[in-house]
Design a protein around this ligand. Sequence first.
Ligand code: F6P
Length: 497
Amino acid sequence: MTASDWAFLDSAQGSKLSELFSVDGGRVRMWSMDVGGIWFDWSKTHIDGPLLANFERLAAARQFSARRDDLFSGRIVNPTEGRAAEHTAERGEGAAESVQRAKAFHGRMRSLIDAIEAGALGDIRHILHIGIGGSALGPDLLVDALGRDADRFDVAIVSNVDGAALKEVFDRFDPHKTLLAIASKTFTTTETMLNAESALNWMIAAGVEDAQGRVVALTANPQKAFDWGVDETRILPFSETVGGRYSLWSSIGFPAAVGLGWAAFEEMLEGAAAMDRHFRLAPLGENAPFIAACVDLYYSQGRGCETRAVFAYDERLRLLPSYLQQLEMESNGKSVTAEGMPLGRNSAAITWGGVGTDAQHAVFQLLHQGTRLVPVEFIACIEPGHELDDAHHRQLLNNCFAQGAALMAGRANADGARSYPGDRPSTTILLDQLDSRTLGALIAFYEHRVFANAVLLGINPFDQFGVELGKEMAKAMDSDAADFDPSTNALMARAFG
Ligand code: F6P
């Protein structure tokens, strides 16, 4: 990979958004598309034909199509760990044997859910799901987005090792009616194992008969779960080749499958599979994840943008920004290439964001008038998720669309403090409605966008060694011989005595 691969960005046209619109009356048509009920509008970004053509040339140089085929055919795409990345097989799009294995694991999950519904594990009303990172963020997003009106089970997802997080659930769940789902790909993550132990002890202390019999394990390491004391019949395995932050489609999605019902879970897989097919088959110039990645890279590599901001103009999607933070930053926050060479340029931008309209009254000042350029992504749904007066949804969408328009148009004023520079880019993603199928497709879109970014940058998006050093040091702190730098030693002395 050489700097000249990206030289086209230095000479990319510097037209303003308003100019792009005025020279091309068909700009909205050209830079918008519908994929399975999701409307993507990139027309308020600086993407244009020549830029896309250059990215397509870069993609050819990076053997993008071959890399994508590798992803879908179960070949090794994670060279540092010598693994395939088979999250698409979970939704039926992958190597035949991997799809078959995923189906078998799903079948097992479904049978266990049927058994729970039939009362085989007792009178279960509450599901306490314990996991962290990819073993929590995805399920949490699904349950929060789609489960608001579900009346099947109360689902709580606890990730933080701070006891206050568990206590909050202990205060409202009946231990006699609780099923404990321990979600950990490795079944070794210290926070999860401590939370699991405390939750089990809470059930035992409350006198739950056969508390161990109320534990379900969601893991790619069934032996460890068995050693922890989970009966084989309640271990829901998934494949080692499904990465943690890509695992909500596997048994890690258990709280969604049990909380929303199996049909909803399957619809989510189908929605994702439809997006998989789009990503695999659509020409790059009409390929939503690819175009989105080009826009990302134009700003992160061509315009020096350090961050990108995502705002969900729908309360049901309030957890999307934090879900995307792990997906994008753990995947593409790397400083070496897949071959281990220095990247020599910025890796992925920092993802941050929040919920519209709240964020407008908190952080949008910087977006409109700050010195930094932040590409913004708006996500909204045409159909509201409630039955309150239409005025709510109308105002919500008005605000969403107005922000994009204002960022782009700006407004000059002789008084600098009242002047808006404008020409600030935004993408709008508008869902017809928020249902399992559409949410599955949306999440799969983001996964493939991350993959497309990674291929164009030359990064391996499927490892995460960056998180290991801190974990190791946290463990070492429990040792009597713990000795760190003077500042850390002083903090430990003050806290632990
Ligand atoms: O520390 C990061 C990480 O490894 C994530 O990639 C993963 O999603 C999370 O920890 C949880 O890991 P596990 O599912 O193995 O408990």
